[in-house]
Design a protein. Sequence first.
Length: 404
Amino acid sequence: MREALSQKPTIVFVVPAITHEGISKQVLLQINSLLSKEYSIKLIVLTKADKAILVAFAPLLPSEDVVELKQEDPYLSVRALRLSLPVALKVRKHIRSKGPLVIFAHAPLAHFIMRLVMLLGFRGNNCKLWQYFHITQYAEHPLNSWKRKLINILNKRLANLFDYGHIFVSEAVKNDIQLHLIKLNNNRVIYNALDSVENIELNTKHTRESERKLQGTQVFTILLPGRIEASKGQLWFLDPLQKWIRLKQLKPEQVQVLVVGEGSQKDRLSELVLTNGLLPYVTITGLLPNKKVLKYMRQCDLVVIPSFVEGLPLVILEALQQRAIVLASDIKPNQEVISRQEIGHLFKTGDVADCIDKLQFLFQHRGQELVNSRAIETLLKTRFSFEVHMQRLINVIEDSTSNG
């Protein structure tokens, strides 16, 4: 019997922030599941944690096991580098433990801070550092300046010294990181997944027919959920939306768009809606409770995910769980979910004409069976099963502690 099975290790999660976005949700769902299996957990948040998000997605996590360091910048920047030493010293203080220790560092800032902690001499308790990669970060932030290149050279050297293993949320993320950072033999792809409690049990056909429309049977309703950032594509989507409305002379009584979320580009999005004459067509709600967003997914005619950069978006999985019709950009992570048309629909990323064509096709054929519910159910129960997701994460933990 392996010693790892008799003594569960302390698990430390290090994240830049806990906010209303996919990384936070995935981490908290993992923590809640591990707590239900009686693992000892500590969560270190480099900036701040939204208490409502903590309660919503990790209700089993005691507040005394959450450490907020209240730093200003959640991103790996020159300013964050200047402040990294005192932050690393604080983190080192909080991760002292009597038993085996497995650390999962999420996102670039946490990756760097934890490498610095190891450089500062934290070797105790058989510590194993797993770097968890959620985005195609080099696609989003290419090495096109000397500052980025310098930071990446430093990260490469530290990663070679201190990274025990790498976890990727998709094959696309794995390829992006291994091409530009380092390629470890000890690496795993663990697809993002949603806990079954997030999946409201439903008879899909009956529910979609009974809950269908947001604003009446004649209105084609489009939902854009998620953080409002340039890389997420909401600003770009206004261009094909406007041209499609003008081309087909659609009225507000025929098409309504609901944008749900917050982000640095929310004000800019509002300006573009106004200047492009889309105010009668587009409503921006700001943040809404997750249950309400899921309800909107069930009610709408179409969920649009026009991202330029993703890791493996939870919002697509949420939409598929609710059996929504999904139209997404064809970036590689999205293709790993929507692998064929019976699952959802893709348009060429950044291609206005192709997006318009797909919008018109889905508008003309609304009410028809445009996806296969059984195929979606099979996909969610196999590749994106939360039970499989957690078992793979637990395998990482057990392998880390059994390998000494």
